[in-house]
Ligand binder design. Structure first.
Ligand code: BTN
Length: 241
């Protein structure tokens, strides 16, 4: 595995995307930046973190290793790797908020953004971007954020945490490639935030409704049991928790 460490870049996902387009990438290249000037989150949101305090990195995987049908499994693998490392560091109440947020004590500690590299109209590779709050303790405009330091009082070395994360991510990717898909999905579902509890969601018309999270489909749609006792599936564009 090759780790490229940068001081500043616009977005580690974008950095890998442009290298991928120029065919300059080996499988398993990791790009880690201390600062991003245009960090991006899901659904076009911005991802900004305090310079040098948190981990922002992306991993490049060729599609031959993880197929498009397994894209959500790559997200689950990354989420579980983060969850395991946080638990190892004795972070309390770690859960996975569908689809891509990791929470501690109901506050966001990590976000994951998976993007596809399309070449000549075809899917070629996948970029898995991770933003993990490590040593930042003050947020000006994000009330529900936390970090490893906020939860433990301990300042951590970023390289050390990155190594732990990559090791654990490879453990899950191996499971994926060995075909242990069920184990990955069960483990992800077991850690879903508000699973089996009635929760209020917003639909695309901004109307509230109540549903109970049951799990996810292979493509990553959220399965809810609704008040009419029927099971329904949603994707990220359709609901908000
Ligand atoms: C989210 O919570 O919506 C996902 C946030 C993902 C942020 C990471 S930081 C490293 C990588 N580069 C980016 O521009 N975004 C991801």
């Amino acid at each position: 595995m090759r780790i490229v460490k940068l001081h500043t870049t616009d977005s580690t996902n974008d950095y890998l995307k442009s290298l991928a387009k120029e065919e300059k990438l080996e499988e398993d290249t990791v790009v880690w930046a201390l600062e991003q000037t245009n960090g991006r989150g899901q659904m076009g949101t911005k991802w900004s973190t305090s310079s040098g305090k948190n981990l922002t990195f992306s991993v490049f995987r060729k599609i031959q290793q993880i197929t498009i049908d397994q894209q959500f499994y790559a997200l689950m693998a990354a989420s579980l790797a983060v969850k395991d490392v946080l638990k190892k560091l004795l972070i309390k109440n770690v859960s996975v908020k569908w689809p891509n947020d990791i929470l501690s004590d109901k506050k966001k500690i990590c976000g994951i953004l998976i993007e596809n590299v399309i070449k000549k109209g075809e899917l070629n590779a996948m970029i898995i971007g991770v933003g993990l709050n490590v040593n930042q303790t003050i947020w000006e405009d994000v009330p529900k954020a936390t970090s490893i330091k906020s939860q433990t009082g301990i300042h951590f070395d970023l390289q050390e945490i990155l190594n732990l994360l990559l090791e654990q991510f490879h453990h899950y990717v191996k499971m994926l490639l060995d075909g242990n898909l069920d184990t990955i999905k069960k483990e992800y579902e077991a850690h879903l935030f508000r699973k089996d509890k009635p929760s209020t969601f917003l639909n695309t018309n901004k109307e509230q409704f109540v549903g109970i999270i049951q799990g996810v489909t292979d493509q990553g749609r959220l399965i809810l049991l609704e008040e009419d006792n029927k099971l329904k599936e949603y994707d990220l564009k359709e609901i908000q928790l």
